[in-house]
Unconditional design. Sequence first.
Length: 258
Amino acid sequence: MSEQKVIAVCGKGGVGKTAFTAMLTKVLMEKAPGKLLVVDADPALGLNYAIGRESETTIGSIREMVLQKAEKSTKNELTELADSVEYLTAQALDEKDNFSFLAMGRMNTIGCFCSINDLLKNAIENIMHSFEIVLIDGEAGLEQINRQVIEKIDTLILITDTSFRGLQTVRHIKKMVDEGLVPACKNLGVVFNRAQSDVSALKEFAEKEHIHVIGSVPYDKQVEQFDLEGRSLLELPENNPALKAVAKCIETAESTGK
């Protein structure tokens, strides 16, 4: 297997991050059919609908089940439970011909439970090793990716709308990366999403902040209509302008990271 690539997409709510990730899934399916793992690490769990998956089992639900069993288990039963975590985690993997999907879900139980968290993280890492490309849909702060999914990212794509307030959020995330507060990444850049006008002023601002601009994706009525109808964005036609722009964005990001 060739060297694995880990791509993460993040941004504040309402900027179209999940739609972008869904379209990027379609683009990457063409590059690595059957060797792509898509991870929904945003507790909001919107990506499964955007890509037409209905995964009921999440890592969060497995964690809850393991914790409940652990509270009533003997020492020997705890050992058996620890041995079963990897098997249980594998049950959350939704495998199809073109790509596999893993939903993290919410971690509702209060408390640390470090040993169980470590077991789950190790199990997730073991799953990831069998894929050439791992695409992660993360929340704005990236904390859940760092704590529960993976510690290193090859390409981090920051999604924002065309507002300066959105770009300030991007600047904040970049600062967190620079300070080592979230996963280390080799390559970081911003994408202006749902653009309806010229983004030159935003590009200038980003460059002054030393934020690489990967590209922009136009506002698209067809994408909006698919979303309203609950249709998978994987069904978008190849000539869809937004989809073509997403493909160009990942090409730019990958060429910059070389």
